[in-house]
Ligand binder design. Sequence first.
Ligand code: UT7
Length: 325
Amino acid sequence: MSEKIVSVVRGTGSALPARIMRNQDFAGVVETSDEWIRQRTGIEQRHIAGEGETTVSLAEAAARRALEAAGLVAADIDLIVLATATPDNTFPASAVHVQHRLGISSGFAFDVHAVCSGFLYALTTADMYLKCGQAKRALVIGAETFSRILDWEDRSTCVLFGDGAGAVVLEGVPEGDPSGRGILVAKLRSDGAHKDKLFVDGGPSTTGTVGHLRMQGREVFKHAVGMITDVIEACFEAAQIGPDDIDWFVPHQANRRIIDASAKKLGIDIDKVVVTVDRHGNTSAASIPLAVDTAVRDGRIKPGDLVLLEAMGGGFTWGAVLVRW
Ligand code: UT7
């Protein structure tokens, strides 16, 4: 029988557009205020892609930093899974574009689409390919340019989102290392009954246009905490652990109030929660790897730590992944 493989994180990286848009910069764009945005969401600023900055360029930059952190080169990678809802082109996949820009011409690359939960879907997908031996080392990337699908006249959505990318390098290694490192448990969920609460009103097969993001924010909010806590509790049960065993909780960064309420309901100490929504806004599939890379580089997340990742978004899709870093 072939040996069991576990997927270990070897390095992380991230990239943000150069331009920062602060809450105050919405003056003259829509009727809003710094106070409203901070109080309702915790967001203070977000990065907005400029000319020449795209999902692929941000993904490539994040991937290069992750490779450097892992002490690897592009040729070591034989799988790229890129999560995005804002690809450079309808096709081919942004992942193959990144693969080419990194100079890789072997292995395989593809996109996954689960909006804000995309990074967890991508991580879980890459984990499966490594476990079954189809690939040895994977780049898992979350990259978005949501600024390009926002309705800049709709104050209920345009203040919430930002652009960016984050990446991790995963390596498949034989199970049994005493450090116990690797992806331990993943629980993914979706329910298309909630499609109309958060969607884009265009697409290649319907309008032939890209469309704009539409959200019933209050409705999404109503479901978020319950869905997040349910799937995390399923993770805890599968891993036979509790909230006190977690070293770091890295939730999807949509709204500070959702993050705080979820941590409180689960009994996770607020000091263990990684928060970047204040600086990045909601970057959809990029939000978790951006937050992870921030906490790795500032020395919070260290090898051996038990890290809980969580996301919820359009679809609805949601999920949680537990990683021994
Ligand atoms: O990543 C995918 C997951 N997405 C989310 O998790 C988002 C979930 N939803 C939310 O985070 C919140 O629902 C929002 C931040 C989007 C909105 O907060 P809320 O407390 O649910 O506000 P609301 O939508 O109930 O709106 C309250 C008021 C409304 O005015 P009235 O009807 O009470 O007079 C809105 O028109 O705030 C008004 N409003 C604004 N005011 C100033 C909406 N947007 C703005 C704005 N500035 N930008």
